[in-house]
Write a protein that binds this ligand. Sequence first.
Ligand SMILES: [Zn+2]
Length: 219
Amino acid sequence: MSKMISLGQLTNQCGNKLSRNDQSSHTTKCSLGLNEAVNKNKLTIVLSEEDIPSRFKNTPIELLLRYHNLRQTFDKYDKAKILVGMCMDNRKHLHIPDNFAYIIRSAGGNLRYSEFKVSYSISVGDVEAIVLIGHNNCGMTNLISKEQKFVNGLVQKCGWEEETAKQHFRSYLPMFEIGNEIDFVIGEAKRLREKYKSMLVVPLFYNVEDNLLYIVEED
Ligand SMILES: [Zn+2]
């Protein structure tokens, strides 16, 4: 039986425990609003074998969930089963066997600029599925709010001219801003399904508070 996230299980990206009274105010303050995801039943936690949706049975997605969330004993692999696209964020670490996955880590788990690597993993690496893993509190949301820190860091630590640093930030901003973490990963999955027809492409969500993977319920 699947369990939707309860409000007590998650903190939002402001780092506060959510209560029902908080919901509307946090929705306006935080880019993702995990409370919003909860309300819309967009995320489902996997805590037992029965929580794994039947559509993932006998796929590498099932294996990933079993290894990472359920701590199933590792099998031996001599080739990769899956391509994982996930954020470079230091708080994320997958519990998976050696050789099980190709992993592309990029800011926000954005694979728009990694397509050669995706194509390689499919055609040469022979993976059977692609999983895109978004996470809460991602640095690639509301990037504009980090502009001053970004610019100051380059000026102070690396001696950049302020104007050069600012231009650097602004030229990359549209490429790296992901907006809402869940919607982004759903959109990326759809885009990749169009491009790599017949590949199983699945969005998942990593909660940095409990280090577990969640099912993303698509519309
Ligand atoms: Zn991130």
